[in-house]
Structures are given as C-alpha cells and as structure tokens.
Design a binder for this molecule. Structure first.
Ligand SMILES: *Cc1c(COP(=O)(O)O)cnc(C)c1O
Length: 380
C-alpha cells in the first residue's frame, strides 16, 4: 500500500497510519538488547513521553489497547456485576463493551449539538432517574468524539455533585485541549488509544491515565496477570494480559515526536474543507467553543439528509476515496438496544447526516483538492 502516490486516482484512506521515520531507531534498539517483551526501556520511555506531553500530575500505564484501558479503569473504580455505568450513546462500541465484560449495565445518554458529546442536562436527568429507580450509577464514561472535548466543566460539576467518577475516553483526542489543559487529564481516569487509525499509532495499543502512583501500580498489576511478588506463580486476583509490548512502545516513542505536527496537519485538513466547501449551505461544520482546541482527528461534517450523505459517500467511493458515516449510536445497536437510554434525537441526527471525510495527517493538498472538487461537483 503506497499512501502518498500522486497518481490522480490513487486510493485515499479515511485515516491511515503516518510514520515519521523516527520509529525504527527505537525498535532497532529493542532488537539490539533483546527487549522483545511486554516490558523494557521503550515501555517506560513511552510512558514518560506521554506524561511529559500531558504536563499534569498524572501517571501513565501503556497497554495493549484503549479498550483494555477502559476495562481496567472500570475495575479500579470497583464496577461489578449488575452495577450501572453511564456512557455517551454516540461513540464507537469500544467505549461501552468493557461495561458488558464486567456484567455491569450500560445506561446510554445522548449528546448536545455543539460538541456532539454528553449532554449535561440529560446526564443529570439520567442520574436522578437512576437514583429514583434505586441504583446510583458507579461511573460516567464521557467521550471526546472526533477530537472535540466534551463540556468538561459542566460534566465535572455533575460528577462532583453526585460523587460519581468520570472515565474520560480520549481515544480520539490526544493533542486536544480545553483552556490549555490537555485532554487525557480531565477524568478520574482517562484513556488514550494508539490503534492504527488514531492520530498517533503503535499499530495497536492504548494508555490508562490515573491520578497517583498507587493506582498506576494496581493497573500494572492487573495488566500483568495479577501475579503476586516473588518467584512463585502466586495469584489471588483475576488479572489480564494487557501490557504493551516494548516493540509497540518503540513505535509510540517515534510517533510522540510528531504528535503536535499531526495535530496541526489534521487541523489543516478541517480548515481546508471548511474554506473550500463554505459556499455549500447544505454542509455544516462544528465550531470550537471558547477555550476548546480539537485535534480534529476526523473531519466530520453534517449534511441535510441521510440521502445526501449516502450519495456523497458513494460518489467518493466510486472515485477511490474512503468516507464513512459517523459512529452509529449504541442505542441503535442490536447489542445495546435493551439498555436504558436517555435520548433527545441529537445522536440520531448526527448518525444519519454525519459524514467523515478523509482526515489523514499524510493527505496532500492535491488529495484535498481532489476530494473538495468532487463534493463541489455534486452540488453543482
Ligand atoms: C478507538 C477507540 C477506542 C478503543 O481503542 P482501541 O485501542 O481500538 O481498543 C475507544 N473509544 C473510542 C471513542 C475510540 O475511537
């Protein structure tokens, strides 16, 4: 697969990996010293790089995936069978599946229109209703969808008022900020993903961000089969094999060097689309609320109908360009259709009319022009 061919009809992907050239040096180092294991200098180095980047008093544990990070966050918050956990319905399925792994019950809450994330009004309504029905939710999973931060301040106030912990799912929002504070530092626990489609990648991987060293130690313990100290293989707790490999972490270290560059390039994509498609009234863009800074992981726009969305998607597909609908909300999934849900129609609308345009940090201006020219031709 060659991504940057300037061939006029070469494939344009939605969000492909983008290596910097710095990655191999870390991997060669790992090979040289035979650190081919889920521990080693790259693992510690990558954790330190992330901690330095996030710039807060936090601890980082790198793992095999973002999904694993959510699973461990729920366990560390004490979520058990039959507990209730609130989750934004408009998200990728990985945000909520770990609730089900634990036999706990997802409670789905809709979005507000500005950031497409958890609606504070509906969130509070859901919490009150669950309490009235006899069970206080154990945690709130809030998403920074497509890189746009959720309404951090309002969600935090509700979390404080009802004393319910927040898991900040920042899988799509590494590099985003609110009032100069980085996403990935807002939750009681936060998670990142380094899957192949994310803003930086380790081919597959994730991170759990916690508030202190004790929680990090517990996370590492659970992620390493919960093996007790000592040479014997002694186990008292159910553990997992969730630690990141030293090879993957080496890719991560190389990618950290270009994270800010990738943010700038993804933001450039969004601005390019906005500038060149501005005249088309059918296409709406999201604006960053005051103090918000999105990494614009995916350039996602709203059109007037599902029909327009599908026609545009098909036109792009015919021209070898990958575009996708926005995430199908969890309350519309067969897997979660029976979960109690608190809805206002926003996530349905965003799903039907939302279109994710190619968003790679390795898109060329020629690629961007090819995409916008096609879209403009559709509306002419
Ligand atoms: C990618 C993603 C995840 C899961 O991360 P993995 O590393 O793929 O397990 C979780 N939540 C959201 C919103 C995501 O986009």
């Amino acid at each position: 697969m060659t991504i940057n061919e300037s061939n006029t009809n070469s494939r344009i992907w939605l969000s492909p990996p983008h290596m910097s050239g710095n990655e191999q040096e870390f991997i060669e180092e790992a090979f040289k010293h035979n650190w081919i294991a889920p521990l080693g200098p790259n693992v510690n180095g990558f954790e330190n790089d992330i901690k330095t980047y996030l710039g807060q008093n936090i601890q980082v544990t790198v793992l095999s995936s973002g999904t694993a990070a959510i699973h461990l966050a729920l366990i560390l918050l004490g979520v058990k069978q039959d507990d209730e956990v609130i989750c934004q319905t408009k998200t990728f399925v990985a945000s909520v599946n770990p609730v089900k792994y634990l036999g706990a019950k997802p409670i789905l809450v809709d979005s507000e229109e500005e950031t497409w994330n958890l609606c504070p009004i509906l969130l509070e309504k859901a919490i009150k209703d669950r309490i009235n029905k006899g069970k206080k939710p154990k945690a709130i999973i809030a998403i920074n969808l497509y890189g746009m931060p959720y309404k951090v301040q309002q969600i935090q106030e509700i979390s404080n008022r009802y004393n319910i912990a927040v898991i900040e799912d920042s899988a799509e929002a590494f590099g985003s900020q609110v009032n100069n504070q980085k996403c990935g530092t807002f939750g009681d626990f936060s998670i990142l993903s380094f899957n192949g489609n994310k803003i930086i990648t380790t081919s597959g991987g994730g991170a759990l961000i916690s508030k202190n060293q004790t929680l990090k130690k517990k996370a590492v313990f659970l992620a390493s089969q919960a093996k007790e100290d000592g040479i014997e293989y002694s186990h008292q707790t159910l553990g997992y094999n969730y630690r990141m490999s030293n090879i993957s972490a080496g890719i991560g270290r190389g990618q950290m060097k270009v994270l800010d560059k990738h943010v700038a390039l993804r933001r450039r994509n969004y601005e390019y689309y906005q500038k060149h498609l501005r005249a088309i009234k059918t296409i709406q863009f999201t604006q960053e609320p005051e103090g918000f800074y999105s990494n614009r992981w995916l350039s996602c726009v709203l059109v007037d109908s599902k029909e327009t969305r599908d026609k545009l998607m098909n036109l792009l597909a015919k021209n070898n360009i990958e575009a996708r609908p926005s995430w199908k909300p969890m309350h519309l999934q067969t897997l979660y259709k029976d979960a109690p849900s608190y809805l206002n129609g926003v996530s349905n609308k965003l799903y039907e009319r939302g279109l994710c345009l190619p968003s790679g940090s390795n898109l060329s201006e020629t690629d961007l022009k090819r995409i916008t020219d096609l879209i403009i031709s559709y509306f002419e």
